[in-house]
Design a protein. Sequence first.
Length: 82
Amino acid sequence: MAKFIFVFVLLVFIFINLSCAPNSSYIGSWKNHSPQEKAEARAKKEAKKKQVHYEMIKKLGEIEKKKQAANPYTNFWGSSTK
């Protein structure tokens, strides 16, 4: 009985895999995006990445200002400038 269930589950997974393959004749909810849509998505992703990078740099600057206010005799790497 266990062998039958195993074979059945295996066949189900094989069917799902073949039906979602790009070269199959299956027409489902998968969408082929146009080059314009791909470019828009890429631009949006890049803008998000730049925004996150900008926010990180801004936070690092704020942290550095707090460090300098706490101890004005240290440089960026934490060593003393005296």
